[in-house]
Write a protein that binds this ligand. Sequence first.
Ligand code: ADP
Ligand code: MG
Length: 206
Amino acid sequence: MKTVAIVSRKGGAGKTTLAVHLAVAASIKGKEVAIIDLDPQASAAGWGDSRTTETPAVVSAQAARLPKVLETAANAGADLAIIDTAPHSETAALAAIRAADLILIPCRPAILDLRAISDTIDLVNLAKKTATVVLNAVPPRGSLADEAVEAIASYGVTVAPIKVGQRAAFVHSLTTGLTAQEYEPEGKAAEEIQQLYKWMCKQLKM
Ligand SMILES: Nc1ncnc2c1ncn2[C@@H]1O[C@H](COP(=O)(O)OP(=O)(O)O)[C@@H](O)[C@H]1O
Ligand SMILES: [Mg+2]
């Protein structure tokens, strides 16, 4: 089983959005997927409750239980675990970072968000791991994304080659327990997630 942690000390960066979209992308490809929601606000778990299908499995857990929960998922035959985290719990973020084969830091291409990622990168460094920033909610026009890539490079972390746009389908789909791929399969949001998922699989060698 491969494990992906989605972390950012900044609320609203897109952790839950990416977690559920990447999980469904894997499910669509026939993978057994578990989303592990470490956020006490339980947004991913709530989304899971509002789904009419059982896949992907969504489990709400506490950081201290993470190794055990991952072991249970692996024993149950999961191919992939995606850990969604809370912005304000350093303990939970560190637990997720330590457990992960791949660490993704969603970040909006805006100055306050870019400044805030140094906190998240410090945690990754503390665990002696490396992470990749995924630019999220990138406006369709303008140079914000390019400027963000430059700013992130100065922190010494890489940026994923696939950027996720600011798109209504990401918002609307979640309110009905779906993801963009299910809500609007031919849309741009679905296409971006498909590309990001492909890139993620390559990183994970799966
Ligand atoms: N790419 C995107 N396009 C449009 N809205 C987005 C996008 N990513 C996130 N959002 C919206 O931004 C808000 C915060 O996203 P969320 O995934 O909950 O962030 P986090 O889990 O990091 O706090 C939500 O309302 C979500 O629908
Ligand atoms: Mg969240």
